[in-house]
Design a protein around this ligand. Sequence first.
Ligand SMILES: C[S@@+](CC[C@H](N)C(=O)[O-])C[C@H]1O[C@@H](n2cnc3c(N)ncnc32)[C@H](O)[C@@H]1O
Length: 207
Amino acid sequence: MRVFKPNKLFLPRNFDKPQISENCYVEIGAGRGLHALQFAQANPDKQLIAIERTRVKFEDFAQRIDKVRAQKQRLKNLTPVHADAIPWLVHALPPQSLNGVFLLYPNPEPKNAAQRWLNMPFFEFLLSRLKPEAKIILATNIEEYFAEAKQQAETLWQLPMKAFEVDKESRRTHFEIKYLARGESCYQLEIYKPADYQTRFDQWALA
Ligand SMILES: C[S@@+](CC[C@H](N)C(=O)[O-])C[C@H]1O[C@@H](n2cnc3c(N)ncnc32)[C@H](O)[C@@H]1O
């Protein structure tokens, strides 16, 4: 696999560098924001940066936040971002800054294996942004995608993990609700970054 080149990525349009708290999580592909809102409301001590690339979905997400804020919940711990997560995270995060990452029902790119998160050179960069012992949560309804991600975590990235089926009563995201309502099984991987884990980006930060 080629090596990720963070310095080739341009600053995203309208980039606003966020303050990163001591207890920061990122959700990549937040969709219409159901999980992001639930997480931020349930965990006021945790900051969540929730990133969505598709405009229509992001607008729906932003409207949901407005509705909650209209009910006088300030949700200061939720930062919604309309962007491609890859260049945005490269410009936003110092090394070892995240307590966790959510990848909930990512589009598996059936024809393009290189576009799946654990097959991407960017995944090494993402690992470098995690604090020691932080975790990445990946959920999918596609058993082959789950099996491939599990194998990549084990053999390519050499990371410990837990793998299990998602509870049938779970209701975290719009896609999860849809798949479980259809009677499909959903699967989850929790991938841990060991305390002594090293990547080639551990010292890499923008000047
Ligand atoms: C299948 S949808 C799932 C949305 C949501 N997580 C859910 O479960 O309802 C996958 C989402 O990931 C977003 N996405 C894919 N790649 C992305 C990227 N590089 N940056 C930001 N969002 C991305 C897509 O726009 C899409 O909305």
